[in-house]
Design a protein around this ligand. Structure first.
Ligand code: NAD
Length: 290
């Protein structure tokens, strides 16, 4: 069994981008604009981590923080301003948004060329057609992990658990594309799937993104399976100074001994998400000629 070290792979990827950045003769750094609406302690933590990582690797990260009461129209106008601002290369909107603002409207207002979260229908469509596209960060990060560890995917049965727009759905498309990583026979499971273990027991690769703590247990997988655990859950733990620990969608202690490769939580998929966000921003910056 080999642990997939997402922390080290993400550092590798970012150090490589940082080197490439220094070799470019441009008069400004790649710039990521992060939009946040209202107050959410979890979102604030994610946003701070993104800005810190930007600074560490020579990017500029700017937070555009709007009050909970902002109207949808005003927010869309602000996004349009960032679309037009030539010194911004990437725009992301930290979810969730207040109920009076349509997530779809917001995502579709971001210019597809600056949509570094890869959520715009234009980028999703290009991804599905296997055309060059900005990939959603978490699925893109999982592809980077599979590549780094040279994990064979062609002809394998990949079971993706979850069908969200940000993880499960794009992941299932990517694993079925005619490329590497890809060329899998894909089964996408979701909340209405019956007899989940029938699929997981027949999986060569499991990508768990159900948002259910320790849903996948040792008796649900076969020997030699590759396991990518996307889930992140905080559970109380009196032995920790913080009073909690993080666990995933996979019961690590029972699944790891049967796996050929497995991502831990934390330190698996999580760090890759920010790395791919910066990779996407670097690519849009390279394409901008200003
Ligand atoms: P979501 O709640 O939007 O989607 C969960 C999906 O799982 C749904 O499509 C649902 O149909 C399916 N599902 C739920 N229960 C199921 C069950 N019992 N069997 C089969 N399918 C089931 O969640 P999401 O945004 O896709 O995130 C999933 C998990 O990944 C969460 O724990 C989230 O915190 C985590 N996450 C981690 C990262 C990261 O960077 N590591 C990024 C995004 C999400």
């Amino acid at each position: 069994m080999k642990i997939i070290d997402g922390k080290s792979v993400s550092e590798h990827l970012l150090a490589d981008i940082s080197l490439k950045l220094q070799s470019q003769k441009k008069n400004r750094s790649p710039h990521l604009a992060i939009i946040m609406v209202g107050k959410h302690p979890a979102s604030e933590t994610y946003v701070n981590a993104k800005i810190k990582t930007c600074e560490k690797y020579g990017f500029k990260g700017t937070l555009y923080h709007f009050p909970e009461t902002i109207t949808e129209k005003k927010l869309l106008d602000e996004i349009q301003k960032l679309n037009d601002y030539h010194e911004v290369d990437g725009i992301i909107v930290q979810l969730p948004l207040p109920k009076h603002i349509s997530e779809n409207q917001v995502i579709e207002t971001i210019s597809p060329q600056k949509d570094v979260d890869g959520f715009h229908p234009v980028n999703i469509g290009k991804m599905a057609k296997n055309l060059p596209a900005l990939l959603p960060a978490t699925p893109g990060g999982i592809l980077e992990l599979l590549k780094f560890y040279q994990i064979e995917t062609a002809g394998k049965h990949c079971v993706v658990i979850g069908r969200s727009n940000i993880v499960g759905f794009p992941m299932s498309i990517l694993m079925g594309r005619n490329s590497y990583p890809g060329n899998c026979t894909v089964t996408m499971c979701h909340s209405k799937t019956q007899n989940l273990e029938f699929y997981t027991q027949n999986a060569d690769i499991i990508i768990a993104a159900a948002g259910q703590p320790e849903l996948i247990k040792g008796n649900m997988v076969k020997e030699g399976v590759v396991v990518i655990d996307v889930g992140i859950h905080r559970v109380p733990d009196k032995t920790k100074k913080s009073g909690f620990k993080l666990i995933g969608d996979v019961e690590f202690d029972t699944v790891a001994p049967k796996s050929s490769f497995i991502t831990p939580v934390p330190g698996g998929v999580g760090p890759m998400t920010i790395a791919v966000l910066l990779k996407n921003t670097f690519e849009t910056w390279l394409q901008s000629n200003k």
